[in-house]
Write a protein that binds this ligand. Sequence first.
Ligand code: DP6
Length: 329
Amino acid sequence: GPDVVTAVAYPNIALVKYWGKRDERLVLPCADSLSMTLDVFPTTTHVQLTPHAQDIVIVDGVTAQGEMARRITSFLDLVRKRARSKRCARVETRNTVPVGAGLASSASGFAALALAAATAYGLPTEPKELSRLARRGSGSAARSVFGGFVIWHAGSPDAPDPDRSSYAEPLTSACTDLALVAVLVDTGPKPIPSREAMRRTVATSPLFPDWLMQTRHDMTVMRRALAQGDITTVGEIAERNALGMHETMAGAVPPVRYLTPASHRVLEEVCRLRDQGVGAWATVDAGPNIKVLCSGGDAEQVAVRLRELSRRPAVVARSGPGAALYGTQ
Ligand code: DP6
C-alpha cells in the first residue's frame, strides 16, 4: 500500500518569547525569538496519502474536530498548493503531553507535521525551508525544526517576499549544561487559546510597544550571554522576559491571565531557591505551568524541591534534537 511517513519533533521553550504577529495569515512575528529545544514530550506524526476525498486527522487516538482539525487541514492545503497535489491525507499524531497544557504541543506538533507532510508530498525538506513551512502551522514550530538553541528571525517587512525572510536557525552556545525543570501545575485546557490571546494583546494592550522594545534588547543580551556560557544572565533575562510578556497580556482588554495561585507559589519558591544560592530562574508560556532553568547539576535538587512544594510532577529536561524522520535520528 502507499507509504506512511513518520516524523518526530520535540517542544521548545523560548528564552526570549514570541508574543505578537505582524501578519496573521503568513504567521510573521513582530520580533525575533530564541529558544532551547527539549528532550522530553516528543510528538510523533504519521502522514499517508489516501484516495479519500477528505483528510482524516487523528490526534492522540481520537478523530480531531473543530479548530484543531481546521488548522491541520489548512496546513495540508498549503502543502498541497506548493506540491501541486490534490491528494488527501491521513494524519495520525500522538503527543506525550496533554494538548493545551502550555507545554508547546503545537510547536512539536507542527514541526513533526511539516516534516512528515513535506516528505509525503515530495516538497523540499532542508531545515531552513522546513522551518518556514512549520511556521505557517504555528509560529513556535519554526524553532522545533532544529535542536539545541535556536533563533527565529522575524524577517524584514521590506523584503520583496517577507515570507522567505522569516525562518529559524541553530545558534552555537557555550551553555551546554542548561537544564529545565517543568512543573506540571495544571494540564487542563487553557482559559483562552494562545492565538487569540496574542491577537488581543497586540490589538489592545497599551504595554505592547514597550514589550517589543524590551524583547529586542533582551535578544541582544541573551545572545551574548549564550555565546559566553553565562548561565546567570541567561536565566535572569529569560525570567524577566517571560514575566514581562505576562504583564503585557494583563494589560490587554479584557486582560489575559494564564498564571494561577499555584503558578505564583512556584514562582515564589524559585525566588527562595535563589536566596539560598541555587541558580534557578523561571519561565512561563501561555499556560499556568512554570518551567525552571538551572544547571544540569542542580536540576534534580530543584525538581525535588518543586515537587515537595507543589505536590505536582516535575520533569527534568535537557537540550534535545531537531525534527527527524523516524529511524534517522
Ligand atoms: C507563549 O507558536 O503557539 O509559547 O503562532 O499563533 O500558533 P501561533 O502561536 P504559538 O505561540 C507561542 C507563544 C509562547 C512563546 C514562544 O514560544 O515564543
